[in-house]
Ligand binder design. Structure first.
Ligand SMILES: [Zn+2]
Length: 715
């Protein structure tokens, strides 16, 4: 590894600005920092949580209309873009134990007098989006988390799930992977439940006394196979406009085939107590007060799901603050649809984004005009499967690829005081730098310092949400994870090759996708003072103003190459690795070296022009090249078995985790023990790395050219 860390163009703590513009940028950022207001963030959230607003309902439309009005009032040029997606609404969700005794299950989430919202009759009954309707009576087998390892363990115990209803606890992997695996192992149906060990009373006090999930709390959520492709299931790869040609549901590769439903811990306890079979293997015992068994046994369960699928409208809000240069876009976004009230997910992120946008509007009122166009996006139908964002990205791919600089997401913006971030590697320095500029409300030091302090002794987030905690790359540095599954940045990166990030503050958040993720929860536990919402708005604003105003985009490509080198070095550690694979992946190693050398050359060339007083005359071209390296890393033919996913470095795992699978084509070919696929994927990855190296050499050439012209001008 060539040891160049950090961005090439560091200058007075602000990267990418010509000398003459640093002071003005500092002043602009200072001015911005004074605008975000916790009281306004609170009133935003109060409005956003005033009614349940699931996608496909009139309430979701009302939320979009309100957001449209907000952005217009801040001075943005805003519109609603509508798609038509195949969306579910549950009509009947039933579950009962029929033997050895009769007992009604699928008990609802309890109402609490302290929080009147918890008795709102408009809350949708708990269900898993994209489960088929169905009715079945069968014995039950407990499969722990329902991961590949868990099925392997069951097999070695001689327990078959064929024809059974499997019971799996949430967490560890995306729930759609659990349904896929249950289906592949020929289970008849799947029941998902929240074990108190993950996000309930074992973790801490439960709602409304504390922030964790009460025994009746249920995690809703989609089981769409977004790992195959996200978005409207009937229109893969084309925008879901009303007149688009559509697949029949039977032909949609991302739709599950077995009925799946979520239940609470108290119902799971009833089933688990009645399971026969062996005592579970080590690590399978959860937090309920009983001894867990694998099943099957006497317990028979009857499940009946009636879910109504129809074409329903999806309302995206796209708001632009036009810059002097309308051909470069800096994009920010979060979804607005929620399973119920959605205070943390997604309201906290939306509320902070609104404060960021309002503050930019205030700056514009003082006469400032952005250099590039700033685009704020509020997506509908993220919860069922990243639908609003995917359809918009698919519809606008060519324009995004020629204009977008980066897309910054902030789903689940504030559930506590711990800053966390996911991003493509070239943006990591920018994110770290932005957190140095903002004060942590609790410790009064910088968010960066608090982040570094926390990450030294933080546990993995077990709540099953998307933003997992990463391990730091270098000891003592703050950790940033790689973008995998989980939110609306996915289509930007995986389909269009746009650099992405997802940022926010995390904490003790046990009410994910339940009735209890509401205003009361936020006001008592998540961020009672709303100061973390305001801090998030300040961080977002700092990132906006750097991406928008920079002369040369502050992108760090040596960081990208070190991530790839680490991923490549980890390949022989895969359990299915064979010695003869070394020769097959050799082209990847060679191309990775080319990419690294090109990144170092580009970084040095950019560093040389960073000392210039003014922006280089060919800055536009340089920036276009800097923003399009990820596009070079897209494989036109896509990944094996899931061609919608085009990025060769990052993808959601097909069978693992929420975090990214690195070098996904190659990694999964090794895991499948498929040398033929491994050869193809290695060649495809090597070709992508060489294209990216060529793009970086273009950056070097442009930087040298601008240096020559600058010195000619000064002579
Ligand atoms: Zn969300």
């Amino acid at each position: 590894m060539v040891a160049i860390s950090g961005s090439a163009q560091t200058d007075n703590g602000i990267t990418g600005f010509a000398h003459a513009r640093v002071a003005a940028e500092r002043e602009l950022e200072q001015k911005f920092q004074s605008f975000p207001d916790p009281a306004r963030a609170e009133s935003n959230l109060r409005h956003l949580t005033s009614e349940p607003h699931m996608s496909g309902t009139e309430a979701s439309h009302r939320t979009a209309e309100w957001l449209l009005e907000q952005y217009r009032s801040f001075g943005f040029d805003a519109e609603i873009v509508t798609y038509s997606a195949w969306l579910p609404q549950p009509r009947e969700i039933r579950l009962e134990l029929v033997s050895p005794e009769k007992k009604q299950l699928a008990t609802p989430e309890e109402s609490f007098a302290a929080d009147p919202d918890t008795s709102d009759p408009r809350a949708v009954m708990p269900f898993n989006a994209y489960s088929p309707s169905g009715e079945i009576t069968a014995p039950v087998v407990y499969v722990n988390y329902g991961t590949p390892d868990d099925y392997q363990a069951l097999e070695s115990l001689g327990v078959s799930v064929e024809g059974k209803i499997v019971l799996a606890r949430y967490a560890r992997v995306y729930r759609g992977i659990k349904t896929k695996l249950a289906e592949e192992h020929k289970a008849a149906a799947l029941i998902l439940y929240s074990d108190p060990d993950e996000d309930g009373y074992v973790a801490g006090d439960t709602f409304p006394r504390g922030p964790w999930r009460p025994m009746s709390g249920i995690q809703r959520g989609s089981v769409l196979y977004t790992q195959i492709y996200p978005g409207d299931p009937l229109t893969p790869g084309v925008p879901a406009t009303p007149d688009a040609s559509r697949l029949q549901p039977a032909d949609a590769a991302n739709l599950p085939h077995i009925p799946t439903m979520p239940i609470n811990a108290q119902d799971a306890g009833v089933i688990l107590r009645n399971l026969g079979g062996q005592h579970v293997p080590a690590g399978w015992q959860g937090g309920l007060p009983l001894t867990y068994h694998t099943g099957p046994g006497a317990a028979q369960v009857h499940m009946k799901l009636t879910i109504d699928y129809a074409q329903r409208p999806v309302y995206d809000v796209i708001a632009k603050l036009h810059g002097a240069n309308d051909d470069e876009w800096v994009l920010f976004g979060n979804h607005h649809d929620a399973w119920v009230f959605g205070a943390a997910d997604p309201g906290s992120g939306t509320s902070a984004m609104l404060e960021t946008a309002r503050s930019l509007g205030e700056l514009a009122r003082t006469g400032w005009r952005p250099r590039r166009t700033i685009v704020f996006c509020a997506w509908d139908a993220e919860e069922p499967g990243l639908i609003g964002s995917t359809e918009w990205v698919v519809a606008n791919r060519a324009e995004l690829q020629s204009k977008a600089v980066a897309y910054i997401n902030t789903d689940v913006g504030a559930t506590g005081p711990n800053f966390a971030a996911t991003s493509t590697p070239q943006l990591r320095d920018l994110i770290r730098d932005a957190t140095r500029e903002v004060q942590d409300p609790e410790t009064k030091r910088s968010v960066y310092d608090a982040w570094r302090e926390n990450s030294a002794h933080m546990q993995d987030d077990k709540s099953g949400t998307a933003r997992q905690l990463a391990k730091p790359e270098t000891p003592g540095e703050v950790p940033l994870s790689s973008p995998g599954a989980g939110s609306d940045f996915c289509p930007f990166l995986d389909f269009a090759g746009i650099p992405v990030a997802d940022i926010g503050f995390t904490g003790e958040y046990g009410v994910y996708h339940s009735l209890y993720d509401d205003f009361y929860w936020m006001k008592h536990f998540g961020d009672p003072s709303f100061t973390y919402h305001a801090a998030l708005a300040r961080i977002l604003g700092t990132i906006v103003l750097r991406l928008d105003e920079a002369d040369i985009l502050p992108f760090d490509y040596p960081a990208y190459t070190s991530q790839i080198a680490r991923a490549e070095a980890a390949l022989p550690g895969r359990p299915a690795w064979k010695a003869e694979y070394s020769a097959i992946v050799r082209p990847v190693s060679d191309a990775a070296v080319e990419f690294t050398e090109a990144a170092v050359r580009a970084s040095l060339a950019l560093r040389e022009i960073s000392s210039q007083a003014a922006a280089p005359p060919n800055a536009r071209e340089l920036n276009r090249a800097l923003a399009s390296v990820d596009q070079a890393l897209l494989a036109p033919e896509g990944l094996a078995g899931r061609a919608w996913y085009k990025h060769t470095i990052f993808a959601p795992g097909s069978y693992a985790g929420y975090e990214a699978e690195l070098l996904p084509g190659v990694t999964e070919a090794i895991d499948r023990n498929d040398p033929v696929a491994l050869r193809m994927e290695s060649e495809s990855l090597a070709a992508a790395l060489r294209r990216a190296a060529a793009r970086l050499d273009e950056i070097t050439r442009l930087a040298r050219q601008s240096r020559t012209s600058a010195s000619a001008a000064s002579r």
